[in-house]
Design a protein around this ligand. Structure first.
Ligand code: BGC
Ligand code: NOJ
Length: 816
């Protein structure tokens, strides 16, 4: 078993101890507008708000070796002429020691070469549009070391897609300005752009370069720049070709002497009518940015900005802290899963090692579910996100599948018609109200399709979401699926025979009657959530009508959605059943089992338990539950993208991490704690750390997929970081297994603990008060809490009404 590092739980860091991880193991810098992806060898890229349209640094996609680009640092020893990268890449030579600490919002990479120690801290200060690299170089030799330190970046010409494709123009447009030792990247600034990037250094520089070829030398790459090899910058000025910024700093270090050098990579905007100084010239107006550069050239400012960042993360994570008998639970709940949830909040599915940042906008379905994992940490921002999403809903109640972060407008290219989309908004809004108690959000006026004048209260948007489903029922009384439901690859109206065509956006068959049992379950869940909101608003008739619709839907599922031992998946365009023992392949699918049981379907007639037994039986593997079984071995025209994947990969029978926690939640609902916890633990990234050479992705975050049992690489993860798996796994463990669940009338404490546990402790902040929870339980029992002591009062049941703001409440619960 090979590991590549270890968790430092105290510091909330993952410490990577060798640079050659199976894949680049990344982290994110930034949490507001300015973001970077950083790998364990300082690769990755940086952007402002939109990973495609405001890309600061260039990235080489699908490169070999992977992830060569990014934050270039080189040290050159004047005595020998030897040079190396203290982050290993791109030179990949000479490191005697190496460690990368990925922390919350920062990364530190340290190494030692021939007696020279280097440690670089990378982070984005709160409230700033810049990235800091603080490099500390220490001489551990017996005599003085004379070194040159080079820091460099390669600029992207803003639109990352255009930058990769439109060479005929882009090789001529690149421009820079070098003023007082700072390199400014000003491509297109003379014309329609009023934003620019800069690369500055805290030290007096002995030279610089801004033209890539001058710095690298002809026919050379970033692994051996000529300027570094010779220790001599060219002071080049880029005119077209590939603008870069590189600074050279000379260091003379006595034995045991350290020096700190700060590099700043920043982004700034000027008012469109005040871009130049003096006006009328073509010289960049730097007045707004100079004080910022000055500030972070100072070591104390950097140190205090870093402290503030650490405090901010501690504050966010303080909302839920647990101490349980299982270290994998503790470290995922207390740090890494909420941290991953914040990445999905910030970036949706745009920029990771698997999402290129040039593709998708903010997904309606994705962000609505992601919200379940961050609403407790950033409720105000969750509120804004709900309203933004609702504003891309259409008057039909349907929704754009995605919207663009820069404009917040629905994305026409992908359009609408994913019939599960609007129902997720109901779950998001109800989760928000349960967490915060802020009912006023339901009255908030929100337009449809961002059309001014079309405003309706958010509550009406939610009602229309349900109406959208009810307006689209098929022959079995089940919801029509449209382009797809949660499973983007079940495209029952697509019938695509053209290679390369998008399964999701190809024109649908006319008169499609394909139906989804998944959406039926989702509707049953959303209808109950909406009914509770109607009750809160004092609208009992509307609550009753939502519940009546729910009953009708549940009846349709009973009648046409049950296969005998599990819930069916769908009916196709021809009325054929999908996900049935009658099918040759794809007989049982995970999604309807999870959603139907979570919606309470089958709890009264034994079907829920039966379905979950079938899941464990048919879908269980040592690496988690596969999405379906048996996977499709040949292409099924009528099913869409699903069978285009080889068996065992992605939706075609991969372990889809997003759906595993649904089953864990469902198992707690039918009182099956050991199985629920098993499902949770099997895909817990920390619990898989031992298998790093099989799993291959980062052991501190979830990956969307782990190759399923039919795949030759069973157990191998892909698509880490930006996945709904983070939010749902956090919900499953904190709200259902540990059972600390916000509800409208208070905090429910309903743990469903593995038999081997003797209890746990937790601190939960909820609506301004702090709850200190201690649960005790005899080992071996799988019981539930019947009564608790809250402060010094005994309460029946397990709901604690909200305490006044600032209160500190102790809760003791005993499980018999
Ligand atoms: C992927 C899905 C993804 C979808 C996005 C498909 O190719 O397999 O996982 O959700 O694209 O449109
Ligand atoms: C990833 C997509 O982002 C998500 O929206 C979808 O539900 C899953 N893939 C399953 O297809």
């Amino acid at each position: 078993m090979t590991r590549f590092g270890r968790f430092d739980d105290e510091a909330r860091e993952y410490v990577i101890t060798r640079p050659d991880t199976p894949l680049p193991w990344i982290n994110y810098l930034g949490s507001e507008g300015f973001f970077g992806i950083i790998s364990n060898t300082a690769g990755g890229y940086t952007f402002f708000r939109d990973a495609r349209l405001r890309r600061l640094t260039r990235y080489r996609y699908n490169a070999a070796p992977a992830d060569t680009g990014g934050r270039f640092l080189y040290l050159r020893d004047a005595a020998t002429g030897a040079f190396w990268s203290p982050s290993w890449q791109p030179v990949r030579a000479g490191l005697e020691d190496y460690r990368c600490r990925h922390g919350l919002g920062y990364t530190m990479i340290g190494s030692r070469t021939a007696g020279i120690e280097t440690e670089t801290l990378y982070f984005v200060p709160l409230g700033e549009s810049l990235e800091i690299w603080r490099t500390t170089v220490t001489n551990r030799r017996a005599d003085t070391a004379r070194l040159s330190l080079f820091g460099a970046v390669e600029f992207c010409l803003w639109d990352a897609w255009d930058d990769q494709t439109n060479y005929q123009r882009n090789l001529s447009t690149g421009e820079v300005q070098v003023l007082d030792g700072v390199v400014y990247h000003t491509t297109e600034y003379r014309e329609r752009r009023s934003h620019f990037a800069y690369f500055a250094c805290s030290e007096e520089v002995s030279g610089f370069d801004t033209q890539r070829e001058e710095f690298l030398g002809p026919y050379r790459g970033w692994d051996g720049p000529l300027a570094v090899e010779e220790g001599r910058s060219r002071n080049s000025i880029a005119h077209g070709w590939a603008p870069i910024a590189s600074h050279q700093v000379e260091l003379e270090l006595a034995p045991n002497e350290s020096r700190e050098v700060v590099f700043l990579l920043g982004y700034a905007e000027n008012p469109p009518d005040a871009k130049f100084d003096p006006p009328g010239s073509t010289t960049l107006d730097r007045r707004a940015v100079l004080p910022v550069i000055e500030r972070y050239r100072q070591a104390e400012e950097v140190a205090s900005a870093f402290e503030r960042l650490r405090d901010r993360w501690a504050e966010l994570l303080d909302v839920v802290q647990v101490t349980t008998p299982n270290e994998h639970v503790d470290r995922m709940v207390n740090a890494w899963t909420p941290y991953q949830c914040m990445a999905t909040f910030n970036l949706s599915r745009s920029a990771s090692s698997f999402d290129t940042g040039i593709g998708r906008g903010i997904g309606f379905r994705d962000s609505s579910q992601d919200l379940l994992g961050f609403v407790h940490m950033v409720p105000e921002r969750a509120r804004e996100r709900i309203l933004d999403l609702a504003a891309t809903q259409l008057p039909t109640g349907g929704a754009y599948h995605q919207y663009q972060p820069l404009t917040k407008r629905g994305n026409d290219a992908i359009g609408s018609g994913f019939n599960d989309d609007p129902l997720w908004l109901v779950l998001a809004a109800s989760a928000y109200v349960k967490e915060t108690g802020d009912r006023a959000i339901l009255d908030e006026p929100v337009p449809y399709d961002n059309e001014w004048g079309s405003e309706d209260p958010l509550y009406e948007h939610l009602r229309r979401a349900l109406g959208y489903t009810l307006d689209r029922l098929g022959p079995h009384g089940l919801p029509l699926i449209g382009r797809a439901d949660w499973n983007d690859c079940l495209n029952l109206n697509a019938f695509s025979e053209e290679p390369g065509e998008s399964f999701q956006t190809v024109p649908n068959r006319e008169g499609g009657v394909a139906e989804s049992v998944f959406i039926a379950g989702q509707f049953a869940m959303a209808a109950e959530e909406l009914a509770q909101l109607s009750d809160l608003l004092g609208k009992p008739e509307e609550a009753a009508s939502a519940r009546a619709e729910r009953e009708r839907m549940v009846a349709a599922v009973r009648e046409h959605g049950w296969d005998g031992a599990w819930f069916r998946r769908a009916y196709d365009h021809m009325g054929g059943v999908v996900g049935s023992a009658d099918n040759d392949e794809g007989q049982i699918w995970i999604e309807p089992q999870g959603i139907c049981v979570m919606a309470g379907i089958g709890s009264d007639d034994g079907r829920a338990a039966r379905a979950l037994d079938s899941v464990a039986d048919r879908l269980g593997t040592p690496h988690g539950l596969v999405l379906l079984d048996p996977p499709y071995s040949r292409y099924h025209l009528e099913l869409g993208e699903i069978s285009s994947y080889p068996p065992g990969y992605k939706e075609n029978g991969g372990v889809f991490s997003h759906t595993n926690p649904w089953i864990a939640v469902a198992d707690t609902m039918i009182g099956n704690p050991d199985r629920a916890f098993g499902h949770y633990l099997r895909i817990n990234p920390s619990a898989r750390e031992e298998l790093s050479d099989v799993h291959r992705c980062e052991p501190y975050v979830y990956a969307q997929m782990i190759a399923g049992k039919a795949a030759p690489t069973h157990g191998e993860a892909k698509n880490s970081w930006l996945t709904g798996s983070a939010a749902w796994n956090l919900v499953a463990i904190t709200q259902w297994i540990l059972g600390i669940r916000p509800e409208h009338d208070g905090l429910r404490i309903d743990p469903c603990l593995p038999s081997g546990w003797d209890g746990f402790r937790a601190v939960r902040r909820f609506r301004g008060a702090t709850y200190r929870i201690a649960i005790t339980k005899p080992v071996g029992s799988t019981g539930r809490i019947m009564s608790m002591t809250v402060g010094d009062r005994r309460v029946d049941g397990n709901v604690v009404p909200p305490a006044p703001e600032g209160a500190d409440v102790t809760i003791d619960g005993t499980i018999a």
